[in-house]
Design a protein around this ligand. Sequence first.
Ligand code: IMP
Ligand code: MG
Length: 170
Amino acid sequence: MKHRVLFTPEEIHRQVQRLAASIDDTNVDYYLVLTVLKGAAIFSSDLVRAMHTDAELDYIRARSYMHEFVPGDTLTIDPDPELDVRGRDVLIVEDIIDTGRTLEQLHSAITQQQPRSLHTVTLVNKTERRETAYEPSYFGFSITDEFIYGYGLDWNQRYRNLPYIAIANP
Ligand code: IMP
Ligand code: MG
């Protein structure tokens, strides 16, 4: 697919450093970092290494079944019986927020398990298509309504391993 570079590896690196500094700048001394697979895996692995705060790393899978069993889309969060967030300082790491449904539903699912604190970080904030009032605690880049891929983000499961973030060329 023809594309152009929207954010270079250097620009991404700078945002990751800035986000890590903001996340360090809280009263938390031991995070439970919950990375939303698959998209946030690459961002998260850079982010946690840029942070100075100690962190336990865990992973959650959020999938939306679009046009499948139900009209509209339903988010399925794979339950992890090992995951115990009660009393923990949780940081959810996502690749991108778009409608806001994924993070809103994750936020309420985790909140029900009574963490001590809950923050969310997304590398990209896609602002024009929000369907909820949800805003992440921290975000890196802001875009309007473009479809982007690379650095973990996919286009039909492809291009996740690009070292930059790209935008499709019409
Ligand atoms: P939301 O629930 O609408 O906020 O959607 C968030 C999810 O949609 C992300 O975790 C991505 O998997 C996917 N997504 C939204 N926009 C893009 C994009 O531009 N490129 C790749 N994936 C996207
Ligand atoms: Mg995702």
